[in-house]
Design a protein around this ligand. Structure first.
Ligand code: GLY
Length: 392
């Protein structure tokens, strides 16, 4: 397979920024919905778990424009910065008023929006909002079982579970410990990672989407899928969250045992890709199956490999960088939006939630753009273009 070239990386970022500037007037006071319909996002309030990705796209665009000013209309950087800061205020309002924050997705919401806004512009609103969001995330912690509960009320056995996605909520906690000097955030993140990796990774290094614990004793109970095809299969995005989550777990803890876990979970993901390196929505499916893709998983896993390459020796790092470049080349060539008349998103052919005979999932956002797929495609291109100051 071909690795993406520097010219394509630059072109991919330029296209993405152009699209973001096109739609910014519609999505400054509002946010794109989690998924498109007919490849077009409509506008929503700041209520879903996904709105931070759009603000993250604005910050990535701002970064790109500030170093390529002559390629864009005058004032583009200022426009993006102002839009990003407007949205940071919306996130501060959301956490102050506890609007739809009774779940674990505080990291997905507040890292690419408010932590990024603080790191890039020194926004005090961003810092305050992100610390409050980290405090909110701590309220999801169960000492019995030592994990952060994903969804639902905290006192019900049917909700006593973590999900693999949560690994990517934890950078918010490490950041909060760094800026406040209070180790409580880091300590809980360390415990959650330990519990998660000991339970969601199966013997063959495929992963459970969700894992339940006994409410009385905290003992491991059973794994189950929510968004995957069936309980024993590997939901593509869950496996991708595992790849990226293990990379950030190593980054923040430096626990050596996470390195082989990263390598093996990544190998399982790579071994189950179709020819064009962009997975079907569940790794059970491959070329020839009449099933939708989830292009967002390709970009998430590529970001995880690029993150981990920062912590490995040269030869291993080169392997993961090159693999990420091959995956992102395929996303760029075959999935990225090139005709803005056909979509207001960045990447086509993702799957949010696909109903199967063996899961209880809703059916929406299937073979559509989704906002995290757009965000992680841009993050991967940005990581490939420079030494990126991480939002996570
Ligand atoms: N974290 C939810 C999802 O990946 O769909």
């Amino acid at each position: 397979m071909n690795a993406i070239t520097d010219d394509k990386i630059n072109n991919g970022l330029k296209n993405a920024v152009t699209q973001i500037l096109n739609i910014l007037p519609e999505f400054t006071d509002k946010f794109p919905k989690a998924y498109s319909e007919g490849n077009f996002y409509s506008a929503t309030e700041n209520v879903d778990w996904t709105t931070g990705f759009w603000t993250g796209e604005i910050w990535l665009a701002y970064e790109y424009v500030t170093s390529h000013e002559s390629e864009f209309e005058a004032g583009a950087a200022e426009k993006l910065k102002n839009a990003g800061l407007t949205q940071v205020k919306s996130f501060l309002h959301r956490i102050d008023n506890k609007i739809e924050v009774d779940h674990h997705d505080m990291g997905f919401l507040y890292s690419p929006s408010c932590v990024a806004g603080y790191k890039l512009t020194g926004s005090e609103d961003g810092k305050e909002a992100a610390i409050k969001a980290a405090d909110q995330l701590l309220t999801r912690y169960h000492p019995v079982g030592e994990f952060l509960q994903a969804w639902g009320p905290m006192d019900q056995p049917e909700n006593y579970r973590l999900i693999i996605d949560c690994l990517n909520n934890l950078p918010l906690l490490y950041w909060a410990s760094d800026v406040t000097g209070d180790s409580k955030y880091r300590e809980i993140a360390d415990k959650h990672i330990n519990t998660a990796v000991n339970n969601v990774i199966r013997d063959d290094y495929s992963t459970w989407h969700t894992f339940f614990f006994d409410m009385e004793t905290g003992a491991a109970h059973h794994g189950a899928t929510c968004q995957g095809y069936r309980d024993g299969s590997a939901w593509a995005r869950g496996q991708a969250w595992g790849v990226y989550g293990l990379a950030t777990a190593y980054r923040y803890t430096k626990r050596e045992e996470y390195i082989p876990l990263f390598k093996n979970v990544t190998k399982y993901f790579l071994d189950h890709l179709p020819k064009d390196l962009v997975p079907y929505w569940d790794l059970e499916f491959t070329d020839g199956d009449d099933q939708p893709r989830d292009s967002s998983s390709a970009s998430i896993a590529a970001c995880g490999m690029l993150e981990m390459s920062r912590w490995l020796d040269k030869d291993e790092a080169e392997y993961y960088i090159n693999t990420a470049k091959e995956i992102i080349n395929s996303v760029y060539e075959n999935y990225a939006v090139s005709d803005f008349g056909k979509s207001n998103g960045l990447v086509l052919h993702s799957t949010y939630s696909n109903h199967s005979p063996y899961n209880t999932c809703n059916h929406y956002g299937v073979d559509e753009c989704n906002i995290w797929g757009d965000y992680f495609y841009m993050e991967a291109l940005t990581r490939l273009s420079k030494d990126w100051i991480q939002y996570w």
